[in-house]
Design a protein around this ligand. Structure first.
Ligand SMILES: Nc1ncnc2c1ncn2[C@@H]1O[C@H](COP(=O)(O)OP(=O)(O)OP(=O)(O)O)[C@@H](O)[C@H]1O
Ligand SMILES: [Mg+2]
Length: 282
């Protein structure tokens, strides 16, 4: 069933004026197996778009259908359960940590969705182990660990609700390269092991190139591209999107222009290196 957007528009109201943030959005996202990157300039509507996916925002125009539930809902319908089905990790999620211990913080979501305490604890422990938070940290304060670990605790809090779709709003922003790679590998593993659909907002084209299968490009609240990653970087309009090329493709283009190395697209560093080794041996 997944998520569908049908002619969706949303405008923020500020002092009685309204400002369109997204317009005419049509989308179909499968419940399983997708790895989608959402990219676009700051202010292009990425965060606004994804907040419609778990009913944090309700459309002013058109409809969003999340696992069969139409939004906006009919008056009597409860929609809170969608927050569990579609787990949304906000920008800087560590700002939302608040409990006195790490394990209590991770358990907060599942407890809130009326799971029994023992089941909530079990879910929290499983989520903590997925993000690599060791048992010895459970009883510590979430405010006395490193920024990277705080980010993991916040992600675990969402994973503990066992969402069917995981939406990540710039999850690696502000992390050092190792923290960034470690976290991305965790998402990749969740995607590969459980076939979960992952939706990732990022400004980092290297992450898009390495991890995403499908890319949605937003510009001024409109979708200007929605398709396979491979088709994005070769698209005749690519320059109009004001996006950067990923580093491996930049290197390969440079090598083609300078030493005439045949251009073969590679989307991550290990395949780039393998290719360079291969041509070196020929
Ligand atoms: N709470 C709000 N009130 C009023 N306007 C808002 C609000 N949140 C966002 N906007 C406006 O809506 C538009 C889209 O914002 P949004 O945060 O969705 O963009 P974004 O693509 O996520 O940007 P960024 O890359 O900076 O996170 C922008 O013009 C922004 O100023
Ligand atoms: Mg944003």
């Amino acid at each position: 069933m997944g998520i569908q957007f049908k002619n969706v528009g949303y405008a923020y109201k500020v002092f009685k004026k309204s400002y369109d943030a997204i317009k005419n959005i049509n989308l179909n996202i499968e419940a399983q197996g997708e790895f989608i990157a959402i990219v676009g300039h700051t202010g292009s509507g990425k965060s606004t778009l994804v907040q419609h996916m778990n009913a944090l925002l309700l459309p002013n125009e058109g409809n969003v259908i999340v696992f069969g539930q139409q939004l906006p809902p009919k008056k009597s319908e409860k929609i809170n359960y969608l927050r569990q089905k579609v787990g949304l990790v906000f920008q800087f999620p560590e700002y939302q940590l608040f409990e006195e211990t790490i394990i209590k913080d991770i358990m907060f979501g599942p407890k809130n969705f009326k799971e029994t305490s023992s089941h909530a604890l079990e879910s929290a422990k499983r989520a903590a182990s997925i993000v690599g938070i060791d048992e010895s940290l459970y009883e510590q304060s979430p405010f006395r660990i490193s920024g990277g670990q705080m980010r993991r605790v916040a992600v675990a809090g969402i994973l503990a609700m066992e969402p069917e779709i995981l939406v990540l709003d710039e999850p690696t922003r502000g992390l050092d390269p190792k923290g960034r790679n470690d976290l991305m590998e965790i998402f990749k593993e969740i995607h590969e092991k459980e076939n979960k659909t992952i939706i990732l907002i990022t400004h980092d084209m290297d992450l898009v190139s390495e991890y995403a299968k499908r890319v949605i490009v937003l510009s001024e609240g409109h979708i200007v591209f929605d398709g396979k990653k491979e088709d994005l970087f070769t698209h005749p309009d690519f320059n109009l999107y004001h996006l950067d090329y990923p580093t491996p493709l930049k290197i390969l283009k440079h090598l083609e222009e300078t030493i005439g190395l045949p251009f073969e697209p590679k989307y991550d560093f290990s395949s780039l290196l393998a290719y360079l080794k291969e041509v070196n041996h020929e």
